[in-house]
Design a protein around this ligand. Structure first.
Ligand code: KG4
Ligand code: ZN
Length: 336
């Protein structure tokens, strides 16, 4: 095995317990255990998430290693999500990563979750060339990132309030859909008319985003409609979902277009859980044709939280000799 670099990676920042192994930047395994326990609470409950990580993490790591076809002794370094995320959840992953590294006498590599989402675009054979722009849209973040190299990332714009994923999930909640509602809005939108209802787009300067106004306008719109027709949501669910989705997508892609025009960059990627949205994926291609972009979207399993993206980031840090020591601790909030 000498000459090849094997990274074991662990991700536990929110409600997915995941472990992955990569060899020279090629993903050999990526195991993800979700947590259904939060569904009845309408959102992730941090304490329950930490407990579920504790139950899942060892079997998930075991499975990732056995699925990869290598053995633990072949691992060259252990990468883990250090920030940002729910602190109790991050502590489970970082504790296990440090223990494995210590037992194997191998270095550890700390990874920023949002950087890793961007670098998920380096997993497929068809990779963007540098510099590229990445629209990272998840449950906690919405960012436009300029990427000049695997470890040379600059945030050009971000949300000043809710993230795009929150806009999906909170809208879904207003419609009475269970958590997380983003995928359900996506599903209903496929059979709806996106031009049926109109919600105002926020006016935010520069490359920053805002979604709290959209949520409020949906709230007032539904309240008014329900006054006249208590069955309004049920009767028009597909059209409402399609219209909400269209509004969010337009806000996102207008800023991406602005970023491309300002930077002159035409390599354009998506990342994060909301990048799983079918409407966003197809709209990116449509806008890309008009704007002469080359567009890239990671496979679905690399869009939502996963350890493969931590492994690929860990691999690039390994190549650059960027390691951490065992004293590093997980951090809930962290810029980069
Ligand atoms: O990246 P991610 O898995 O976790 C965070 O780091 O936040 O993103 C989760 C978010 C949730 O808000 C979820 O509703 C949203 O991604 N999401 C979607 C879709 N799949 C996941 N939103 C819209 N359409 C989807 N298909
Ligand atoms: Zn994420």
């Amino acid at each position: 095995m000498s000459g090849l670099v094997h990274i074991l990676a662990i991700e536990s920042s929110c409600d997915e317990t995941s472990a992955a192994v990569c060899r020279d930047g090629i993903i050999l395994s990526n195991i993800i255990a979700g947590q259904d326990v939060h569904e009845k609470y309408g959102g992730v409950v941090p304490e329950l998430a930490s407990r579920a990580h504790m139950q899942n993490i060892i079997p998930v790591v075991d499975q990732a290693v056995s699925r990869s076809g290598i053995s633990l002794k072949d691992i060259d370094a252990v990468a883990f999500t250090q920030a940002p995320g729910l602190i109790g959840c991050l502590l489970v992953g970082s504790g296990v990563a440090k223990s494995i590294a210590l037992a194997l006498d191998k270095p550890i590599i700390s990874v920023h979750h949002m950087q890793a989402h961007v670098l998920a675009n380096l997993i497929p054979d068809q990779k963007p060339s540098f510099p590229f722009l990445c629209l990272t849209v998840s449950g906690g973040h919405t960012q436009i990132v300029r990427c000049d190299g695997p470890l040379d990332l600059t945030v050009l714009g971000e949300t000043i309030d809710d993230a795009a994923g929150e806009a999906f999930d909170k809208s879904a909640k207003l419609l009475g859909l269970p958590y997380p509602g983003g995928p359900l809005i996506d599903r209903h939108a496929q059979n709806g008319d996106p031009s049926r209802f109109h919600f105002p787009e926020p006016q935010v300067p520069g490359l920053d985003f805002s979604f709290s106004g959209v949520k409020t306008s949906i709230l007032y719109f539904l309240r008014d409609q329900l006054k006249d027709n208590p069955d309004f949501i049920h009767q028009h669910l597909n059209d409402i979902c399609a219209s909400i989705q269209q509004t969010i997508i337009t806000i996102l892609l207008k800023k991406l277009k602005k970023a491309s025009l300002e930077t002159g960059i035409h390599e354009v990627c998506l990342a994060g859980g909301v990048a799983a949205n079918k409407g966003l994926r197809s709209s990116l291609q449509e806008w890309g044709r008009k704007m002469h972009w080359k567009t890239y979207v990671p496979d679905l399993e690399y869009c939502t939280d996963n350890a493969a993206m931590i492994a690929i980031t860990g691999y690039h840090k390994y190549q650059a000799g960027v390691f951490t020591d065992l004293s590093v601790s997980a951090t809930a909030r962290a810029g980069w």
